[in-house]
Design a binder for this molecule. Structure first.
Ligand SMILES: [Mn+2]
Length: 357
């Protein structure tokens, strides 16, 4: 699998690289790292996405090299002439957007490099590892095999961003000593410092975006004895605050950060339904639950798009289904002794009952 990918890179000259709709840090970072690495090897590369990236990534080095699909002759030619077409960080034709079916039907050898569960099977070569912290980690492994000396400031910055954003800044259960060693190698080879990358990615929030965050925080509700937290972002909230759709990136993590909450949901109202973000602590899985609603993702981070008669109905249905997928702890385990507080409360009730007799 890895060997197949390495051979395809070594033996071919013209490459096409794409990724999923709404490219995030791992999607764009992996695309730019692989694309720029291939260029530094002297190959010709077209990087074309169906969609513009999140504005918080506009600073990324080489981002101007990525085109948004416009159905132009030159873009169709770039794909038609490609020997190899890479799809990164999504395994699903629909999630690639308009470019998806074009890649699927192209003459090029199609290669999937990804870390999501249950890949579609139409790719010619699949390089998939669910335990990879980020697609960027897998891109690093390819570069390391072929020519790590080509890791310069640009490639190091895009790889670091890919891994940083997909690990919640190196805090998820996917983070291992091995991943930190990879990060150390990336930083040393590129002579890159981490702090400016964190600032460029996370400290560029707009005031309207923070006002939207405030409204979202105000609407958090807890269910299942405080183990599930959820909130909403409605189109009205976005309009009222003047925020942009991108501003709600990461909101669901604020819901998950509440003490006792093991599972968090953010429902975002779209033109024709809702987008749902699922997050969970390490020992709780949400991917099956998301899949039940037509979505997918990772064990602890998944998503779904749902078309239901109303936004409210979607919220109700998803939360009602929670206990089918999550083992919530009941407040008292069966057979558990009553606490002294419960006992004295019960006694006051019983005393009241006997008084009335
Ligand atoms: Mn990813």
């Amino acid at each position: 699998m890895l060997d197949d990918v390495l051979a395809l890179i070594r033996d071919n000259d013209r490459f096409f690289v794409t990724t999923h709709l709404g490219p995030d840090g791992d999607a764009l970072g992996s695309q730019l790292a692989l694309g720029q690495f291939l260029e530094k090897m002297g190959k010709s590369v077209a990087m074309i996405n169906s969609d513009e990236q999140d504005y918080t990534l506009d600073w990324m080095p080489g981002v101007d090299r990525v085109e948004v699909f416009d159905n132009s002759v030159s873009q169709h030619e770039a794909l038609a002439e490609a020997d190899v077409a890479f799809v990164l960080d999504t395994n699903d034709e629909e999630r690639i957007g308009k470019v998806g079916s074009l890649v699927r039907n192209a003459d090029a050898t199609t290669v999937l490099i990804d870390h999501h569960l249950e890949p579609e099977r139409w790719f010619d070569v699949l390089l998939v590892r669910e335990t990879a912290a980020a697609t960027g980690e897998m891109i690093y492994e390819i570069i390391e095999e072929i020519d790590p000396d080509l890791i310069d400031e640009e490639i190091a910055t895009t790889l670091y961003t890919a891994i940083m954003t997909d690990t919640g800044s190196f805090r998820y259960s996917s983070v291992t000593p091995g991943l930190h060693r990879i990060i150390a190698d990336i930083l040393e080879r590129g002579e890159v410092e981490p702090a400016p990358i964190h600032e460029a990615t996370y400290d560029q929030k707009s005031m309207p975006g923070l006002r939207l965050l405030g409204r979202m925080l105000n609407r958090i509700r807890l269910r299942y004895n405080g183990q599930l937290g959820y909130s909403v972002v409605t189109q009205r909230m976005v309009e009222d605050t003047g925020a942009s759709w991108d501003d709600k990136q990461g909101f669901v993590n604020d819901v998950l950060s509440i003490e006792g909450v093991k599972t968090a949901l953010l429902f975002s109202e779209t033109d024709d339904g809702s987008k749902i973000s699922f997050r969970s602590e390490a020992d709780v899985r949400v991917d099956e639950w998301a899949r039940h609603f037509g979505g997918g993702g990772h064990r602890n981070a998944a998503g779904a798009y749902v078309k239901r008669p109303t936004f409210e109905k979607t919220i109700e249905d998803v939360i009602d289904a929670a206990s089918d997928y999550i083992a919530f702890e009941s407040r008292h385990a069966p057979g558990e002794e009553l606490s002294p507080e419960d006992r004295s409360y019960l006694n006051t009730l019983l005393d009241g009952a006997s008084d009335s007799n």
